[in-house]
Structures are given as structure tokens and as C-alpha cells.
Design a protein. Structure first.
Length: 449
């Protein structure tokens, strides 16, 4: 019913995209002796995203007990929600909801710091307010630290960067059994991606930088269990730029500031108002909420969740170089299909500064099956001495979802040597010069006599 192409892919403009298929299964079980009537389940589903993320839903299907349905789908300012009518769940009975979505994800950023100009619009100041037990930006310690980290910085980019660098280095990464707010993270100096994100958000909000929470997944190669890929990061609002991603822990000890890799899938963004219940921090995500009617004892409905992710389309390019001999360098591009589906019409080419390098023509690979790889080698001529000049490898390829691009880059430093024949001529000239000099010296001595 909903197996629709939501977002067309422009084949004429290759993008650094990866395509994933996510299948989420929610099984609602009635563990009581009383029927639950008019059961309605509400599920958060993936949406198209732009700006802070580049994510496009290519197709989706929702099923109940294997039968495709058309749920009632609505969107808030930040998220997309499916409302599914399940009818009656009898005692010891169950209903299973399966949501399958295929999503194309692109890289985002980095942004140019010089584009961040001006002040935060008044409409966005709501995203600088404190949230009790979560982002305590009105806490005096948080206020003082935020002022210290942003003092003297001329724009919001540098203010946020100061907070980012501090949190990344201040906290020690330790997985937590429950979620904690910013003050807890500051006091304990530890946490996982949630605590890193919460402390960053609180400090930014205390510094007047609008910030939100993002919940989603970070893809780990070799693992299809979606639950193990759960991840949290933030988005910040920068004047004249808009909402921009910030990941404190991916990769660990490095993070991503103002950019985001195509291994991140966004399921939810939040202003924090739905993240605290009875003083406890909760992260909305893959859970199901439901309502129902019942006569007699209250039915005991519980749900079981499983999630699976498959990387359908993805190609990895790895550029390596050997030694330079006779002003000629051998460089190799290892092209690996790290997706499930076969890709075709792969065009591998190098690009470099033509003042220093002579780059050979592109090479073609007709097709590459999932998991297969092939190495393409190039002989690159060197024209002049060069230090740390970029050499880039690009692989443009076709897939069932359009034309995509993979890239890699290395820096090359070379001292040009004289050609072999020229080197011999220079040596001969040096020897001749020495002989002539010796003869002149002998003649001069004889003339003095």
C-alpha cells in the first residue's frame, strides 16, 4: 500500500550516498484473559530530512500480520508518526506490525565558519530554555562553565566549537544502563552518547545557542541488529546557516562538528519537552505507544521489538601510493562494493594539480557484485618538486537507485630527480671540469718556474 517512491534520485548529479533498508517489527501481545478492543498503536517512522541531515525515504511499507495497510501518517515540526488501527487483540492473542523503509543517506557539511554571521532570531530563543532534570542551562555551574568556554569568541560557530571541544575531552565514555541529564554528566565526568549530547546541549543553551536532541542510528559494518546501533547526537542553530549537526562521540575521541557522515540515520529530533517523565530522562525512539478499550479487568498488553538494517548500496574507495621512480609514481585505487546489491558502470579516475602531476585517463569497471572488490592502478607522472599536494580518487557508479560517488584522497610529496641520461651527462661534465681545473693548476705551477 505504501510501497511508493517518495524521493526521486537525480542520476545526472552523483552524490556520496548510501542506501539502507530498515525493517522494524513491533509485536503487541495480550497476556491477560480479557480482550483489548479498538487498539491503536502509534509508531515513530523515518522521514525525509534536510539541512542538519540529508536523508530521503525512497520507499516504505507497513504491514499488520503480513498484510499491507495504509496507516494514518502525520507529521509534527520535527517528526513523522504512523497511527495504526489494530482492532481487537483477544486474550493470549497478538498483532505484529512490520515497517519496512528504504532510505538514501548523504554526507552533510562541513560548513564554512565564515558563513556564520549575525545573531539568533527571536523565534529560536525557545531552544535556549532550560529543561529540568535534562538540560539544566539555568544551573549556576553550567552557566559559569558556558561563559568561560565562550568568552571572547566573535561568532556562534566559535562559541559552539569551544563547548564541543570541552565536552569531548572532559567526559569519559562509559555505557550507561539509564539516561542522565547534563548536570549528572558534568558531576560524574562520564557517560555514553546521550550524556555527552545532553551536556553539550545544556552548555550551548546557557551560552544562548539554540540546540536540540537527535535520536537515531549509526551504522556499524558487519552488524544488522538495529538496536545495537542506537545513537544520540545534537543539532545547533547557527545564524545565517541554520540547523547544523554535532556528534560528540562518533568517531570516539574525535566527533563531528558541523558535518555528518552517511552512516547516520535520523529517526527523531526533540526540543526536550517529551524527554523527561516523573523526573527521569527518557529518549523517545523505537517504542510503541497504544490505546485501547476494555470491559472488565485491564488487559496486560506488552510489546516486543526487533529491528534489522541492511546496507543495500555503498562503495568504498581506498587510494594508496607506492614509491616514485624516474619521476613516475604508481598509485592504486581499491574499489570495494560494501553494499548488498551489484553496482555497474564504475568509472575510476584520479585528479591532481596539473602543475605538478600528469594524470592518466580514467579506468572503467563494468560491474561489481556485493562484497566484491577490484584494484585499479595508475602511473602518474611528476613534473616538479611538490610537498603535501592532494591526489584524489573518485569512483562514479550506477545503482538501482541512481548514480553515486565514492572518494578518497592522500597527500603527495616528491623531489623530482633528473632523468637517467641527463644525470650521466651532468656527471661527465663534472669530471671534465675537475680535469680541466687540474690541468690549469699544473700549467700555472710550471709557468712560475
Amino acid at each position: 500500500m505504501l510501497a511508493l517512491l517518495v524521493y526521486p534520485v537525480a542520476a545526472s548529479q552523483p552524490t556520496k550516498s548510501v542506501v539502507y533498508t530498515i525493517e522494524e517489527t513491533h509485536r503487541l501481545q495480550n497476556y491477560s484473559t480479557n480482550a483489548a478492543n479498538d487498539v491503536v498503536a502509534t509508531i515513530l517512522i523515518f522521514d525525509n530530512r534536510s539541512g542538519h541531515a540529508s536523508q530521503h525515504v525512497l520507499s516504505e511499507q507497513v504491514e499488520v500480520d503480513g498484510v499491507p495497510i495504509s496507516p494514518d501518517i502525520s507529521s509534527t515540526e520535527d517528526n513523522r508518526i504512523a497511527r495504526i488501527s489494530l482492532g481487537t487483540i483477544l486474550p493470549d492473542g497478538s498483532k505484529t506490525i512490520t515497517v519496512t523503509q528504504t532510505i538514501m543517506v548523504d554526507k552533510v557539511g562541513p560548513i564554512d565558519p565564515n558563513t556564520v554571521q549575525g545573531n539568533v532570531p527571536a523565534d529560536f530563543l525557545v531552544y535556549t530554555e532550560p529543561i529540568a532534570n535534562l538540560w539544566e542551562s539555568d544551573n549556576q555551574v553550567i552557566i559559569g562553565k558556558a561563559a568561560e568556554l565562550t568568552a571572547g569568541q566573535p561568532n556562534f560557530y566559535l562559541k559552539a566549537r569551544g563547548v564541543f571541544d570541552f565536552v569531548k575531552d572532559y567526559l569519559t565514555y562509559q555505557e550507561q544502563l539509564e539516561e542522565h541529564g547534563a548536570v549528572w554528566a558534568y558531576d560524574h565526568r562520564s557517560g555514553d552518547c546521550t550524556e555527552f549530547t545532553n551536556l553539550f546541549i545544556a552548555l550551548c543553551r546557557a551560552a544562548g545557542i539554540p540546540t536540540k536532541f537527535v535520536s537515531g542510528y549509526s551504522y556499524k559494518s558487519g552488524d544488522e541488529n538495529l538496536e545495537r546501533m542506537g545513537h544520540a547526537f545534537a543539532i545547533m542553530y547557527l545564524p545565517n546557516v541554520g540547523w547544523t549537526p554535532v556528534d560528540l562521540t562518533w568517531p570516539l575521541h574525535q566527533g563531528q562538528f558541523g558535518e555528518l557522515g552517511n552512516d547516520h540515520l535520523v529517526q527523531l529530533t526533540s526540543d526536550g519537552k517529551n524527554m523527561v517523565k516523573d523526573g527521569r530522562v527518557t529518549v523517545p525512539g523505537n517504542g510503541v505507544t497504544w490505546s485501547y478499550d476494555a470491559s472488565g479487568p485491564n488487559p496486560n498488553l506488552k510489546f516486543e521489538y526487533t529491528g534489522r538494517i541492511t546496507r543495500e548500496i555503498a562503495v568504498e574507495a581506498k587510494l594508496t601510493g607506492g614509491g616514485i621512480q624516474d619521476n613516475m609514481g604508481r598509485f592504486s585505487v581499491n574499489v570495494k562494493n560494501i553494499g548488498l546489491q551489484t553496482v555497474t558502470n564504475l568509472r575510476v579516475e584520479l585528479s591532481a594539480d596539473v602543475n605538478y602531476f600528469e594524470v592518466p585517463p580514467a579506468r572503467d569497471i563494468s560491474s561489481l557484485a556485493g562484497g566484491a572488490q577490484q584494484t585499479v592502478s595508475f602511473d602518474v607522472g611528476v613534473k616538479a618538486d611538490v610537498e603535501n599536494s592532494p591526489l584524489k580518487a573518485s569512483v562514479i557508479y550506477d545503482s538501482s537507485y541512481g548514480t553515486f560517488l565514492a572518494e578518497d584522497q592522500i597527500s603527495v610529496s616528491v623531489i623530482v630527480s633528473a632523468p637517467h641520461g641527463e644525470a650521466i651527462n651532468i656527471l661527465l661534465l663534472a669530471i671534465i671540469a675537475v680535469i680541466i681545473g687540474s690541468i690549469i693548476a699544473v700549467v700555472a705551477v710550471l709557468l712560475r718556474r
